[in-house]
Design a protein around this ligand. Structure first.
Ligand code: C6P
Length: 404
């Protein structure tokens, strides 16, 4: 453990607690990360000092809340390198961002069109497109995954066609940690005049993201996977594209003028933010961004990558352990199975030793079907994890193997 890692751990009060009588080892960061005191304090401060609805009233509290809420939008814009704050839409999370795009695209997709996804996707990046295809008659295609858990790039290029209207894929796989060759995929999709949506849920915490450098059309992510609160996320959309899309939900805030007969809509980004937003969540996300910006991120990421490599090499030495996926580029996630054991049994045995991992299909059932496995045991790392956490995981797995 180095100084930066030690200092960071101090910011997370939950890391001091125990679970089932053992000091907690939290390796379920792909599901949600823990929250630093700075984010917890920001949430409490909002509710204690300036809780009010935003954009609606002239009183002092409303003004303070609106400024903090819009300030958070600007922090998000800078964090992902977007050109305009109008391109930053607050959502409930990655899932809602993708559903927003799928719903708004309904009028732009027809029966002759195709949507291309991949077998690596989380259900959030599959089901909304299936629903869009049901509504529009369009066809959903999925790029195959190799046995190492990487995209079959030849298959991707083969499945792209003049009919492809939209290509949607994850930046990083939540089940295997595979980092996709996003630049190549975006470039190929744009050559076919297809829009590109990136599911960035598993990337933003770990690597810097610049949506302009990427040149993607949409990028969705969740606050709770990057040290922020649950119930808040972001959809980035390219300005011209968002401008041309109809709103998806109707209600307060998204309107300009309403009569009983018809409504004209508000400008961006409010057109896509019907109803009272998650104000505390957005401000808390802003605090999480401030927190991330204050960390020596490259150093901490290098350490996290070293822990992933250490975990892989230690698990490989254990009898009966089968690592799932062997991508050339990987972030944060190590998935594995133990011969003749159900993943849930191993997860429970690890929990009894204070080690939190996730087991099961990880909301990626098509990937599990492709790999012909019921699920995996998944250890997922964050910037605050330590070498001790790896040792406790490996010791826990050894004990579980002895027990079963
Ligand atoms: N994955 C996991 O344990 P929401 O729920 O909207 O914040 O994020 C959905 C989502 C979308 N895409 C990817 C790649 C994801 O990993 C997730 C969430 C968690 O892997 C919970 S299923």
């Amino acid at each position: 453990m180095n100084a930066a890692n030690l200092a960071m751990r101090e910011d997370f009060p939950i890391l001091k607690r125990s679970a089932n009588g053992h000091p907690l080892v939290y390796l379920d960061n792909a599901a949600t990360t823990q929250k630093p005191q700075q984010v917890i304090d920001t949430l409490a401060d909002y509710y204690a000092r300036y809780n009010a609805n935003v954009h609606r009233a002239v009183h002092a509290l409303a003004d303070e809340a609106t400024q903090a809420f819009e300030g958070a939008r600007e922090k998000v814009r800078a964090f992902i390198g977007a050109a305009h704050t109008q391109e930053i839409i607050f959502t409930r999370g990655t899932t809602e961002g993708i559903n927003l795009v799928a719903a708004s695209l309904t009028s732009r997709i027809g029966a002759n069109d195709e949507i291309l996804i991949t077998e690596l996707e989380h259900h959030s990046n599959i089901v909304p497109w299936q629903m869009l295809c049901e509504r529009s008659g369009a066809t959903l295609k999925a790029c195959h995954v190799t046995s190492t858990g990487e995209l079959d790039i030849d298959d991707f290029h083969e499945k792209l066609s003049r009919r492809t209207k939209l290509v949607a894929f994850g930046h990083v796989s939540n089940a295997l940690g595979t980092v996709n060759p996003v630049d190549e995929l975006i470039h190929a999709a744009h050559k076919h005049d297809a829009w590109v949506l990136i599911d960035g849920a598993q990337a933003v915490q770990h690597v810097p993201v610049d949506v302009q450098a990427l040149d993607c059309d949409f990028y969705a992510f969740s606050g709770h996977k990057m040290f922020g609160p649950t119930g808040i996320g972001v959809l980035y959309g390219r300005l011209e594209l968002l401008d041309a899309l109809p709103p998806w939900q109707g209600g307060g805030e998204m309107i300009e003028h309403v009569t009983i007969e018809r409504t004209t809509y508000n400008q961006l980004p409010y057109r896509f933010e019907a109803g009272t937003p998650n104000i505390a969540g957005a401000i808390g996300l802003g605090a999480a961004i401030d927190y991330l910006n204050g960390l020596p991120r490259p150093e901490l990421l290098a350490d996290e990558q070293a822990l992933v490599a250490l975990t892989i090499s230690r698990l490989k030495q254990l009898p009966g352990v089968r690592l799932i996926g062997d991508p050339a580029e990987r972030l944060s996630v190590v998935s594995f199975l133990i011969d003749d054991c159900h993943p849930h049994d191993i997860g429970t045995l690890l929990d009894q030793q204070g080690v939190a991992v996730r087991t099961g299909h990880h909301c990626a059932m098509p990937l599990m079907q492709r790999l012909e496995i019921p699920g995996t045991i998944r250890a997922s790392f964050s910037l605050y994890n330590s070498g001790q956490d790896v040792e406790r995981l490996v010791a826990g797995v050894e004990k579980a193997i002895d027990f079963v």
